[in-house]
Ligand binder design. Structure first.
Ligand code: CAA
Ligand code: NAI
Length: 246
């Protein structure tokens, strides 16, 4: 991909799943990567370093503005700048609406929506000063179309699309780009929590591709959207779902 070499790419939720695959993809493209996660990401960093690329692990809780500010400070201290933020950290706390607790609502909103606000706010002064930068955020097929048992999650994944489109309108004139990916069902820990009967009999049968997506397939979309090949793409939502919404 054009324009990714030496870029400083900060990825949240990067210790596992889609985030980890994204770290490895950007490292292959020659970028310098920050593995930011609540969980330990040092194994991912070692993997990147073994390939000869530069990487840093930063522990962060995206819910906490102080923790997020420290993450950005550590990134700039290590690499001098930040070029790309990937808001990938996310959680589910599924329950049918009639059983959904206020706690499950609050927890998912805190990570998936307020976390995206916190991280984007913290990198923004750097991007605006540079007059360049890209912010990519994980939405979901569930944000676009809703899903049984996911009132809280769907609200956040629809919410980040509205935030992204607003930022694109506000800051395209400053040389910044903001886009979302909307993955379908991807084979990570998050999907492994779905009851097997539901996954096989209710979800997978609706995917024309007939399979779960791979984390690397979402990572490829992030790499494209961050690259100079996507220079005129702003405020977009790119579905990577094997056609499950057709
Ligand atoms: N799609 C279609 N039907 C579903 C469904 C889904 N996602 N989830 C549940 N159902 C159906 C069940 O098959 C069941 O149908 P029958 O009565 O015909 O058997 C009915 O709804 C009730 O389900 P449960 O008996 O399981 O009800 P519960 O109250 O015990 O549990 C639940 C409800 C917690 C929502 C559980 O069913 C569940 O976890 N479902 C999966 C929810 C889901 O799809 N989560 C996606 C996680 S991955 C992700 O979020 C990433 C992403 O962005 C795509
Ligand atoms: P995952 O559960 O494998 O990884 C999520 C990572 O986020 C974990 O490493 C976790 O430690 C980290 N995290 C959670 N809370 C955090 C917090 N407060 N601060 C910092 N890090 C935190 O999940 P997966 O599947 O890789 O998901 C990544 C993103 O992609 C999420 O935003 C998810 O909603 C989205 N997505 C996933 C899909 C899927 O089918 N797996 C489909 C569509 C979207």
């Amino acid at each position: 991909m054009r324009g990714l070499k030496d870029k400083v790419v900060l990825i949240t939720g990067a210790a596992s799943g889609i985030g980890r695959a994204t770290v490895l993809r950007f490292a292959e493209e020659g970028a310098r990567v920050v593995v930011a996660d609540f969980a330990d990401g040092s194994a991912t960093v070692e993997e990147v370093k073994a390939k000869g690329a530069a990487a840093l692990y930063v522990q962060v809780d995206v819910v906490s503005p102080d923790s997020v500010r420290a993450m950005v400070d550590q990134t700039v201290a290590a690499f001098g700048r930040v070029d790309v933020l990937i808001n990938n950290a996310g959680i589910t706390k599924d329950a049918m609406m009639k059983k959904m607790s206020k706690e499950a609502w609050d927890d998912v909103v805190a990570v998936n929506l307020t976390g995206v606000f916190n991280c984007t706010s913290a990198v923004l002064p750097h991007l605006l000063e540079q007059k360049s930068g890209v912010v990519l955020t994980s939405s979901s097929v569930v944000g676009l179309y809703g899903n049984l048992g996911q009132t809280n999650y769907a609200a956040t994944k629809w919410g980040v699309i509205g935030m992204t489109k607003s930022w694109a309108k506000e800051m395209a004139r400053n040389g910044l780009r903001f886009n979302c990916v909307a993955p379908g069902f991807i084979g990570t820990e998050m999907v492994r929590k779905i009851p097997e009967q539901v996954l096989n009999e209710k979800i997978l049968i609706k995917v024309p591709a007939g399979r779960l997506g791979e984390p690397e397939e979402v990572a490829a979309a992030f790499a494209f959207l961050a690259s100079d090949d996507a220079q005129f793409i702003n405020g977009a939502v790119l579905s990577i779902d094997g056609g499950c919404t057709l």
